[in-house]
Design a protein around this ligand. Sequence first.
Ligand SMILES: C[S@@+](CC[C@H](N)C(=O)[O-])C[C@H]1O[C@@H](n2cnc3c(N)ncnc32)[C@H](O)[C@@H]1O
Length: 218
Amino acid sequence: MFDSIAGQYDLMNRVMTLGQDQRWRKFVVERAGDAHGGRVLDLATGTGDIAALYKASFPEATVIGGDFSQNMLAEARKRFAERRIAWQACDANFLPFTDNFFRAVTFGYLLRNVDDVPRVLAEVYRVLDQGGRIVCLDTTPPKKNLLYPFIRAYLRWGIPLLGRLIASDEDAYAYLTGSTMGFYTAEDLAEAFGRAGFRKVGFKRFMLGTIAVHWGEK
Ligand SMILES: C[S@@+](CC[C@H](N)C(=O)[O-])C[C@H]1O[C@@H](n2cnc3c(N)ncnc32)[C@H](O)[C@@H]1O
């Protein structure tokens, strides 16, 4: 699915989020902090935005953008050809890195797509160095408040419609809605971080509570 939407992925992101998505990625980079020339992995890098923002903020860092979709990696390479970022095919369930390898691991919109969240969190924990930071950006089920019916309508009909019009792939974007509504609440995800061993766990919501950034430390 990610291979097939790679070409229209960035445009869809900008439109769906009313141009807010880069702001959340910048917040991810801020939370990850300066690796002081160490190694940083942007897992599920897709077309490479978080990796590129990290490298722009902290040029001394060695940044690796990892993803299991070759078409996404090809887009990332094309978009950021001039940046010194290593793009590597990898699966979040079996990270091809030794223990304690990274100062920070970031990922945007990964966890909602994996079968086994605790396993991926354990892998990230394994490859992080002591004191290393994990930062995760993802959609999250909105809270039931006055705005809930409008948010739900946008998720249920607006996003698949945009998917049809812009990416010619209604199913992929209906999947986004379904996987968001079925995903961990922000509170539950924070607890899962704690169970994986992370400390100093926190999170912040964006976009009327439909997006959350979680962080923690090994
Ligand atoms: C919605 S895109 C997000 C891309 C990017 N992080 C961003 O901020 O836009 C999700 C990415 O996760 C990748 N992905 C999903 N499951 C994965 C896994 N098990 N291992 C590695 N990458 C995975 C997909 O190939 C896709 O590029």
